[in-house]
Design a protein around this ligand. Structure first.
Ligand code: CO
Length: 182
């Protein structure tokens, strides 16, 4: 728990449910949660602050992880030059995706999964996403590589799917020889 942000663990039923579309205007509570999540993610990627506050590093948070079954997520991605690439994504849908598949070599992580998980999570290398912003305006954007992985990971959360569900249970490293690692 940090400020008002309480992140649910994978065992919680909430994380395995499909979320409902958000409606506009967003409520004050939604906006507070969005701001809180971005603040959390930024601080969690600052080593000193994270240690002081006891935060695990993360770059994405979806509403169901904070106990709200709404189709909203935020991404805060710290670039090499220490600036942040940030998104607030509402009611997203994937318009198209590359046939090329990739996986994150060091494995995906999730603020709701508090254990070491081995295995490969196949993701599309590039996706085009349609979504609404915080003001209710519609956008379409093509994202690639780690941002595409982050979007797919967070969109999955809105459908009650965790990255651990996407790892082949019998053969966790299935595809290691054919998929590109990033
Ligand atoms: Co996650």
């Amino acid at each position: 728990m940090y400020k008002d942000i309480c992140i649910l663990d994978e065992k919680d039923k909430m994380l395995h449910k499909k979320c409902n579309e958000a409606t506009f205007p967003l409520s004050d509570e939604d906006i507070k949660l969005i701001d809180g999540a971005i603040d959390y993610l930024r601080k969690s990627q600052d080593e000193e602050l994270a240690e002081k506050l006891g935060l695990r590093a993360g770059m994405g948070l979806a509403f169901p992880q904070m106990g709200k079954l709404k189709r909203i997520f935020v991404i805060s991605y710290k670039r090499e030059d220490d600036t942040f690439l940030e998104y607030v994504i509402i009611n997203p849908h994937i318009i198209s995706y590359s046939s090329e598949m990739i996986y994150v070599e060091e494995g995906e992580g999730c603020l709701s999964v508090n254990r070491q998980v081995e295995g490969i999570v196949p993701r599309h290398a590039r996706i085009t996403v349609g979504f609404y912003d915080i003001n209710g305006d519609y956008h379409e954007e093509r994202v690639r590589e780690e941002i595409a992985v982050a979007f797919q990971h967070e969109i999955d959360h809105l459908d009650g799917i965790l990255f651990t569900d996407r790892i082949d249970a019998k053969n966790p490293f299935k595809g290691v020889d054919i998929l590109r690692s990033i």
